[in-house]
Design a protein around this ligand. Structure first.
Ligand SMILES: [Zn+2]
Ligand SMILES: [Zn+2]
Length: 162
């Protein structure tokens, strides 16, 4: 019975595309169903044993060990550095301010505490996306007369070159 509910929930999570970070479904002690309590924590509905998914384990460890780096977290929680990085990318985790930084900005390599980019590069990244979006909007008829002529010239040149 408990197994069926757990399996159903697993399928539902999968269908929704939710990464569940090795969520515990079945109580190790009594075989009851583990109920989600929030922040990566679970509790058996029958015997109240607590359990944690990878996110909960890492979160607990960081709480007690400010300044831990990913290798240390991996050694003590068994959660892979790859999963830890994934959680950081999804901004599920933020490294404490006094922590040894172990994330690098994907653009400039500066030390960061969560996400993919430093603040400066994040602005650059969004500006670039906005520029691309603006160009796409123009392509759908919002260009002005001069831009249209320029574009047509370019298209003719392109045809000649073919
Ligand atoms: Zn139990
Ligand atoms: Zn950067």
């Amino acid at each position: 019975m408990a197994m069926d509910a757990a399996r159903r929930e697993a399928l539902k999570m999968e269908a929704l595309g939710i990464t569940n970070y090795n969520r515990p479904y079945i109580c190790e002690k009594c075989g009851g169903l583990m109920i989600f309590k929030g922040c990566g924590e679970y509790e058996c509905e029958d015997c109240a044993l607590k359990g944690y998914d990878d996110y909960g384990k890492v979160r607990n460890y960081i709480e007690g060990h400010a300044g831990a780096n990913s290798a240390e977290i991996e050694a003590n929680t068994g959660v892979s550095q790859k999963s830890i990085r994934q959680m950081l990318k999804e901004s599920k985790l933020e490294i404490a301010a006094d922590s040894v930084a172990f994330m690098r900005c994907e653009m400039c390599g500066a030390d960061i505490r969560s996400g993919r980019f430093c603040q400066k590069c994040e602005v650059t990244y969004h500006r670039e996306k906005e520029k691309q979006m603006r160009e796409r909007i123009k392509g759908f008829g919002l260009e002005n007369e001069e831009e249209r002529r320029e574009r047509q010239k370019g298209e003719k040149r392109f045809l000649r070159e073919k």
